[in-house]
Ligand binder design. Structure first.
Ligand code: FMN
Length: 305
């Protein structure tokens, strides 16, 4: 039995619904020896800013019981080097690229969006309004529906590419922020970024992260992320959803798809198992075969409540 895994989202066709999550798969080619990015639905690249950024002081990552904390602080090469060095090889391989981006303020967000808009080889933009590890920008926009809507609308005005807004789970009402983003012109919503957390080393009596606070990811956050996809899907905002948070198996991915996600992204799972996304895709295919499903897209939102 052949299973059709393709997903068309905002007019862009993805060969499978399994994409790498921003910040967890470099710029798409670092792991080429282990994972051919052409076998993924797509690569969401590390968050890009107008100028290069060094990120936060170390340590920037630590393990937790069911995941990890990170406070990378959006280290990246800046949009100019991204365009000159990172995009051309991905483009010549034919990898579907989603460019994740951010700014310190509205003006810099808009400037990056405009620069990315000119890049052939970038299919979609993912607007990060959800990073918990930076002093400016990031989560400040994602926790305030009015600011979020205004920022989406300003970025929307400078790009003709599909624009997804990536939301933070660090809010009480995810639907309010989601709705504001859609009203601002978002074509899709990615849910979710990391949950704000921290760890303490009892021997040194110091925080485990140089930045003290960081973002929790991995299996620990899956139920929270899934709940948010479900709530936003139920709100019927009329845009496709991208499910992110703790996905480590085909079943995890299918849970998000049934809850309403048209695509999923895998982050933390790739750290302990770089080929996890390929296994997850195979498992999704097998699950469809077991259930006699020939087209995975038919299962989007098929959750029965
Ligand atoms: C080390 C690390 C770096 C990340 N960098 C970014 C980033 O640059 N932009 C962004 O939107 N999300 C970033 N994220 C968040 C992930 O893309 C994803 O939303 C989150 O980790 C939840 O998915 P997971 O549980 O599968 O890891 C990062 C996550 C990790 C662990």
């Amino acid at each position: 039995m052949t299973v059709d895994l393709t997903a068309t989202v905002c007019g862009v066709s993805f060969s499978t619904p399994v994409l790498s999550a921003s910040g967890t798969f470099g710029y798409g080619l670092e792991l080429h020896g282990l994972v051919d990015p052409r076998r993924l639905g797509g690569v969401v690249t590390k968050g890009i800013s107008l100028l290069p950024r060094p990120g936060n002081p170390p340590p920037r990552i630590c393990e937790t019981a069911a995941g990890m904390l990170n406070s990378i602080g959006l280290e990246n090469v800046g949009v100019e080097r991204f365009a000159a060095e990172k995009i051309p090889p991905l483009r010549s391989l034919g990898v579907k690229v989603v460019a994740n981006f951010f700014g310190d303020d509205e003006e810099s967000y808009v400037a990056v969006a405009a620069a990315l808009d000119r890049l052939e080889g970038v299919s979609t933009l993912e607007l990060n309004i959800s990073c918990p590890n930076v002093a400016h920008g990031g989560m400040r926009f994602g926790t305030d529906p009015t600011l979020a809507g205004r920022l989406v609308s300003a970025c929307r005005a400078v790009t003709s590419k599909p624009l997804w807004a990536k939301l933070t789970p660090n809010v009480t009402d995810i639907v309010a922020v989601a709705r504001a983003c859609v009203e601002g012109g978002a074509d899709g919503l990615s849910l979710v970024n990391t949950l704000l957390g921290m760890g303490v080393d009892v021997r040194t009596r110091r925080p485990r992260l140089g930045n003290v606070l960081g973002g929790l990811s991995g299996p620990a956050i899956k139920p929270v992320a899934l709940r948010m996809v479900h709530q936003v899907y139920r709100a019927r905002l009329g845009v496709p959803l991208v499910g992110i948070g703790g996905i480590a198996t085909g079943e995890d991915a299918l849970e998000f798809i049934l809850a309403g996600a048209a695509l999923v992204q895998v982050g933390t799972a790739s750290f302990s198992e770089p080929t996890a996304m390929l296994r997850i895709t195979d498992e999704l295919r097998l699950l469809c075969e077991d259930q006699g499903v020939t087209r995975l897209a038919d299962l989007v939102g098929a959750l029965e409540v």
